[in-house]
Ligand binder design. Sequence first.
Ligand SMILES: [Zn+2]
Length: 305
Amino acid sequence: MPLCTQCILPADTAGITLDDTGVCSHCRAHQPIEYHGEEELQKLLDSVRDRGNKYDCMINISGGRDSSYTLLSLVKDYGMKALAVNYANPFTDPRAKQNIDNIVRLLDVDFVQFKLKRNLHEKILKNNILAWFKKPTPAMIPAICIGCKIIWPKMLRIARKNDIHCIVNGGNPYEYTSFKKELLGISQDTSLTSTYLGNIRGLAREAVRNIRYLKPKFIPATLKGYLFGNPYAVGSRLVGGKIAYLDFFHYIPWDEEKVIGRIQAELDWDYPHELNSTWRFDCQIAHLKDFMYVKTLGVIVRSLI
Ligand SMILES: [Zn+2]
């Protein structure tokens, strides 16, 4: 089986093609990350710092490496008064919970934690997993777990209640998963708006093929997930008003050695060593998704750029 000469994905991986030189379509579509730079970051942080409010910014922490480092850097390197927020995801790894406790204590930051009501996260996940296993398709793997996608209205309420005008995101640019839209039939170079509509069309197409996903009692939450799936989604932008979003690692490079080294030394941070990786252990559903990708695509694809 030929492999991509750059990323070693096998040629029969769903949705990829190899060109004459043996380079796959993901590698051809890859755009190098361009950072805005630390000077720009400083400027933005200066613009929200010390407005006389109790907090300069808010950050959602999961206990994983990236949000932990981002909060550490905001507080220690940039002197930001940050409110740490956590969605108590019922599938959080115990070590991630311990990390959150340590971070809040060692950085001495205020902390707000919230849950979804009536075990909604667990119920939707159960329905969608059972639906998926009846008819496994890779395109629906990201949609099986909607809980973390419906937290943004609550996040925005917390920000408004505390008069916070800036929400910082610690997402790692190396973990962006543009391949997911290809699985829904949207090409890499599609514009943002068309991608959004294409996503909805693609998901509707998948759901019609497997109506088990369409339990009436879960439809409102599922729609909410697509309106508020992230801070840039239509619903979040409408409700968020003037709140600014800052993607920390769009300004400074993500350096694994530095990130892990500092959070271990300064925040008593750790990971489950039996996984042999610090990557994405904070939610235990990630392991299930790995299995689902291996089952349908033959590879684990969570971290493709
Ligand atoms: Zn490749």
